[in-house]
Design a protein around this ligand. Structure first.
Ligand code: AMP
Length: 292
């Protein structure tokens, strides 16, 4: 309780800079974990990793309007700052940085960072401005908090690659760490958006994970990507999903993969599918599926 009350919330860039400068003067290594709140065990696993890599952990909470399309769920996105603050205090975050929209995007704001290559295809195809919105806000969060390391989940694997590219291309002196996907007991990848699912949709949702596992098994026995995708898509559609994409891609370049994949190919399967009104994404490594 005591610790909970003491978890500082900072809302202005100036206050954040003062706090970070003091930590830096004391020689502390600083980690940043960017989130949009409605925190679950997936987020908290990132904080645990950050704690192992740094002396001080900043968690940011900012629901970034620039990464939502006009018909997407920005207004409805779950918000629970008090609940998040409690979870963060227990997880050992040192500081909650929760700026408001007006201080992140003051009047006249006109800059957008577009990362090429890995932003294309998958979510980049169905959500055209999404990764520019992500790259821009993450660049701002990096410059505001000046961390030594930043932790991002493989749940949003394409986003992780976009951030790695951004950091390399713009010379951010920040180590980008990818964290494994945390799942519910039945395999559903944890997500703030799971709260949108009705009870019957929630019962069907683990089919995404089961389908990925089956596809990984099939690809390992020498079936082609095309065959595995056909079977996987049919399975998801008969469970009631509208499939946005289901693809095998290179794990680092995201180049599309076809045919029979060599053993130990650095490949991942990526899926986005909508159940009712909820869009879910997931992915799985071919070489290391148990981690996912
Ligand atoms: P979000 O709040 O959805 O923007 O996510 C914030 C960070 O948490 C991102 O780096 C996500 O990839 C990561 N994350 C979200 N869900 C999970 C999960 N189930 N496992 C691991 N990381 C996650």
């Amino acid at each position: 309780m005591e610790q909970e009350r003491n978890l500082p919330i900072i809302r202005s860039i100036g206050d954040l800079r003062n706090r970070v400068s003091a930590w830096r003067r004391a020689g502390a290594r600083i980690a940043l974990v960017p989130t949009m709140g409605a925190l679950h065990q997936g987020h908290l696993s990132l904080i645990a990793i950050a704690r192992r890599r740094a002396d001080k952990v900043i968690t940011s909470l900012f629901i970034n309007p620039a990464q939502f399309g006009p018909s997407e769920d920005y207004a409805a996105y779950p918000r629970d700052e008090e609940g998040d603050r409690r979870k963060l205090a227990q997880a050992g975050t040192d500081l909650l940085y929760a700026p408001d929209v007006a201080s992140m995007y003051p009047p006249g704001f006109s800059t957008r960072i577009e990362v090429g290559g890995v932003s294309q295809g998958l979510c980049g195809a169905s959500r055209p401005h999404h990764f520019a919105g992500v790259a821009t806000v993450v660049a701002k969060l990096f410059l505001q908090s000046q961390p030594d390391v930043a932790v991002f989940g493989e749940k949003d694997y394409q986003q992780l690659l976009v951030i790695r590219r951004l950091a390399a291309d713009l010379d951010f002196p920040i180590e980008i760490i990818g964290a494994p996907i945390v799942r519910e007991a039945d395999g559903l990848a944890m997500s703030s958006r799971n709260a949108y699912l009705s009870a019957s949709e929630r019962a069907v949702a683990p089919q995404i994970h089961l389908t990925l596992r089956e596809m990984v098994r099939e690809l390992a026995t020498g079936r082609t990507v095309e065959e595995a995708v056909r079977t996987g898509r049919a399975r998801l559609e008969s469970a009631g999903f509208a499939v946005d994409y289901l693809e095998a891609r290179h794990a680092e370049t995201l180049a599309p993969l076809v045919g029979v994949l060599p053993r130990n190919a650095p490949a991942r399967i990526f899926v986005a599918a909508t159940l009712g009104r909820t869009r879910l994404i997931d992915n799985m490594s071919l070489t290391n599926p148990d981690v996912d």
